[in-house]
Design a protein around this ligand. Structure first.
Ligand SMILES: [Mg+2]
Length: 358
């Protein structure tokens, strides 16, 4: 099987409601879809999302792809490309061909060729992954927040994550109480401050939430991403909760979190190669991982293939409207599709509807 052609799509998705955190607010998703076509008729699909800022026009995306990526893919065998390990390089060397959408399309192709769902191709045996409802709610008023929580309860989650980090601690406390009022006290409650605090402020806030009766399963990104000493301090001082971080760091930063004793749950994301490598490294330190939001819930395959993924994030976003048959979320679990490949085929009418070449 060799790659013979490609096609790109530029997609614009206006969100149902603003999403955001203590630092940002977004109203749109800009998505790039990469299709790789092979000489045996198989087609691999990959995608990536850009928040807020529009992507370049389709003609520019195509020019860049043709120049920087296509020469490495043209007539190549997808399995060799998917498996390739490269030395990280800096300076003027570019990022190489393995962007997230290209890598996704390659794994889709090789699993399709093997006739296996991707999570099985990656060694997983169970398609079911525990998921949590993540409301991305900081920019919603209390009424909209309540409505969103109620809407997401239909998925049967046993855990929810909400945003905190308002300058006024009373705001955070009110929102935590609102969550408990809607979803009850039986579910795990995670909070995400998106780097809102100093170490001292984080300690003060977590004690205050606890004093108000809120048991926090994990606190995500309480302080700035590269404060490894600060994270190590939080891990030892806040022994009644877990510190989840790593979302904003590459492999080197994640490694440093692990070697610094600065993380209780390591947050991983898009790339299947990177995710597998980092999860194996985390295992060496006895640290579990969690999987953040991934476009069209692709991450369910990675999560289902890992030995210790605590939770998969699910935010019920409009991007699932692009899927012919979206990843199923039921009774608090995400189910990896059983079709060969990643099984997330795009609805061609929807793709045309949301396409935005210029
Ligand atoms: Mg986060």
């Amino acid at each position: 099987m060799n790659i013979t052609d490609y096609r790109l799509h530029r997609v614009h998705l206006p969100l149902r409601e603003p999403i955001g955190d203590s630092q940002v607010r977004f109203t749109d998703h800009w998505i790039t879809v990469v299709e790789l076509h092979c000489d045996n008729g198989l087609r691999g699909i990959g995608f990536e999302c850009q928040q807020g800022l529009p992507t370049a026009r389709l003609v520019s995306l195509q020019e860049e792809f043709e120049y920087t990526i296509w020469p490495s893919l043209k007539q190549a065998e997808p399995l060799g490309l998917a498996m390739r390990v490269e030395r990280p390089r800096g300076g003027n060397v570019g990022p190489g061909f393995k962007t997230v959408p290209v890598e996704t399309a390659l794994w889709d192709l090789v699993a399709k060729q093997a006739g296996l769902p991707l999570y099985e191709f990656l060694g997983g045996t169970n398609p079911k992954v525990r998921a949590y409802g993540s409301t991305l709610d900081f920019r919603l008023d209390d009424n909209l927040f309540r409505t969103k929580l109620e809407r997401m309860q239909r998925y049967g989650f046993s855990a929810f994550k909400v945003k905190v980090g308002h300058p006024d601690i009373a705001w955070d406390l009110r929102r935590l109480q609102l969550v408990r009022d809607v979803v009850g006290c039986e579910v795990d409650l995670m909070i995400d401050a998106n780097e809102a605090w100093s170490v001292k402020e984080a300690v003060k806030r977590l004690h205050a939430y606890r004093a108000a009766g809120h048991d926090i399963y994990w606190v995500e990104d309480p302080i700035t991403r590269e404060d490894y000493q600060g994270y190590a301090r939080l891990c030892s001082e806040l022994d009644f909760t877990r510190i989840n971080t790593g979302e904003y760091l590459g492999i080197s930063g994640k490694r440093k979190l692990l070697t610094s004793g600065a993380v209780d749950v390591l947050n991983i994301h898009n790339s299947i190669c990177e995710g597998r490598f980092v999860a194996a490294l985390a295992g060496e330190f006895g640290i579990p991982v969690s999987l953040g939001n991934t476009l069209l819930e692709l991450g369910v395959h990675l999560a289902a293939s890992l030995p210790e993924c605590l939770y998969l994030e699910y935010s019920d976003l409009i991007w699932n409207d692009l899927a012919a048959d979206p990843v199923r979320i039921e009774q608090g679990f995400a189910w990896a599709p059983q079709r060969p490949g990643h099984g997330i085929e795009l609805d061609r009418e929807k793709l045309a509807f949301y396409s935005h070449p210029d």
